[in-house]
Design a protein around this ligand. Sequence first.
Ligand SMILES: *[C@@H]1O[C@H](CO)[C@@H](O)[C@H](O)[C@H]1NC(C)=O
Ligand SMILES: *[C@@H]1O[C@H](CO)[C@@H](O)[C@H](O)[C@H]1NC(C)=O
Ligand SMILES: *[C@@H]1O[C@H](CO)[C@@H](O)[C@H](O)[C@H]1NC(C)=O
Ligand SMILES: *[C@@H]1O[C@H](CO)[C@@H](O)[C@H](O)[C@H]1NC(C)=O
Ligand SMILES: *[C@@H]1O[C@H](CO)[C@@H](O)[C@H](O)[C@H]1NC(C)=O
Ligand SMILES: *[C@@H]1O[C@H](CO)[C@@H](O)[C@H](O)[C@H]1NC(C)=O
Ligand SMILES: *[C@@H]1O[C@H](CO)[C@@H](O)[C@H](O)[C@H]1NC(C)=O
Length: 499
Amino acid sequence: MTTKLSFTLFLTLIVLLLPSSPEARRLPFLSKPSHPQNNIVSDNYTYQIRYFQQTLDHFSFHHLPTFPQRYLINTDHWLGPSPMAPIFLYCGNEGDIEWFALNTGFVWELAPLFGAMVIFPEHRYYGESMPYGSRDEAYKNASTLAYLTAEQALADYAVLITDLKRNLSAEACPVVLFGGSYGGMLAAWMRVKYPHIAIGALASSAPILQFDDIVPLDTFYNIVSNDFRRESTSCFDTIKKSWDVITSVGRKANGLDRLAKTFHLCGKLKSSDDLFNWLESAYSYLAMVDYPYPSEFLMPLPAYPIKEVCKKIDESAEGTNVLDRIFNGVSVYYNYTGQADCFDLDDDPHGMSGWDWQACTEMVMPMSSNKNSSMFPEWDYNYTSYAVDCWNEFGVIPRPTWITTEFGGHDYKSVFKNFGSNIIFSNGLLDPWSGGGVVENISDSVVALVTKKGAHHLDLRAATADDPDWLVDQRASEVKLIKGWIDNYYTTKKGVFNM
Ligand SMILES: *[C@@H]1O[C@H](CO)[C@@H](O)[C@H](O)[C@H]1NC(C)=O
Ligand SMILES: *[C@@H]1O[C@H](CO)[C@@H](O)[C@H](O)[C@H]1NC(C)=O
Ligand SMILES: *[C@@H]1O[C@H](CO)[C@@H](O)[C@H](O)[C@H]1NC(C)=O
Ligand SMILES: *[C@@H]1O[C@H](CO)[C@@H](O)[C@H](O)[C@H]1NC(C)=O
Ligand SMILES: *[C@@H]1O[C@H](CO)[C@@H](O)[C@H](O)[C@H]1NC(C)=O
Ligand SMILES: *[C@@H]1O[C@H](CO)[C@@H](O)[C@H](O)[C@H]1NC(C)=O
Ligand SMILES: *[C@@H]1O[C@H](CO)[C@@H](O)[C@H](O)[C@H]1NC(C)=O
């Protein structure tokens, strides 16, 4: 397996869907399926789309053109400025903001309970929020991409919400931040960096510790592997065995063609590494979306999809060869609806994507695969080859210690304890990103809500009739904590204004 895997993980996934479009390629965490299959649009998710002329570089006074930042806003339930009704701000992730809005039902459901306004600002360089007039121009080279950073995105949210509040005479209204995955990291960091702008943050599945050497580098793939092992050891063993089988078949005459045929690929297989990446993506994404009910987040999938994948891998007739069994298993992920004619592995390594850029600059998340505990092939993190790839792709050299310098991480417990408040870190332990998450309570108000059978920011999804009790409880705890922050804010304000 190539070392690049450690960061292509973020990047390759969804892309591999059929049919794939360049825009949908290589988005991290939560990439958007290229075919719209989300039917969760309802009257409860209505919003206005607005554009705000945003400063391109918040940290210099260069005369640069502004760009239109898109944001979604709903004030239907907002009780307005005079009761200081809250504003719920979702920190946009690396993708189209409408897609995140539709997959964050929890915030929409909370708004009427709190009389809150809802706003979803889009992250710069994603969706429609493009500097330089177009995506092609914005993604042209390292100079035009230079303003794609988490710090700039946080400053965007701060500037936008401050301006919006001024326009609405809503300066005194408390802002609560929400975010999942990378958006959850942004929410937590924004609470810490901009405590005067937001009173608290719900950071769901936010791997703020997946940097530098804070957590063991093998944690991500160990969690993925354990998700499979807990369903069935033979499933885990078959997957673990399959890599060598693929390698040895691939080396034979016409071996790559045989593999392409076995796995119903649309085109030719250029190397068995491409097949490795495709399978690795499926397993990793399955771990992220191992939800307790059928979902269509990344792909249409059954409830607890890993159980179904393992059933297929295990149940195949005795003597069926390993590769056929693996194919049957991953078909649950890539072809659950039975609509796929063939699978397209071509993930266009030269199509620049925003997360590739972020991973090659600030978002260096080192990972390895431990031969003792992982079902993936063994590999070590190799920063040198990571940096070489980044240099070749973008002409930049990553700064792997910048995030911990800018936002902290190494001594996070004492820092949050002494200087932090009003943050919920929620994690589901099936989610491989929980390995880089905060899963211990730090203080009365920096709280970890952990569910054993939860997956990637499950709590932010809309409530369903199939929600297990532990999920209902987790959301209820969140509501209670957020209500506490807001009440406390009002009490403090009363003291100040003597109201
Ligand atoms: C919309 O919200 C209302 C109450 O807030 C709820 O009763 C209704 O089921 C929701 N509809 C959908 C389609 O989610
Ligand atoms: C990047 O592209 C811009 C716009 O086309 C151009 O002005 C600039 O010289 C390029 N920079 C580099 C480093 O190639
Ligand atoms: C605030 O109002 C000004 C003037 O109408 C407008 O240009 C700006 O976009 C508004 N700000 C936001 C965040 O919508
Ligand atoms: C997808 O599933 C359908 C139904 O089982 C099957 O006919 C089709 O061949 C599958 N596609 C691929 C690419 O395997
Ligand atoms: C794997 O296990 C062996 C034996 O317990 C141990 O010596 C070795 O260090 C382990 N390797 C890793 C990468 O953890
Ligand atoms: C790491 O990658 C570099 C560049 O590809 C290579 O020269 C070096 O041998 C690798 N190091 C190890 C320990 O594999
Ligand atoms: C953290 O404290 C809350 C109560 O505020 C509790 O519900 C939760 O289970 C605790 N989390 C952990 C990981 O112990």
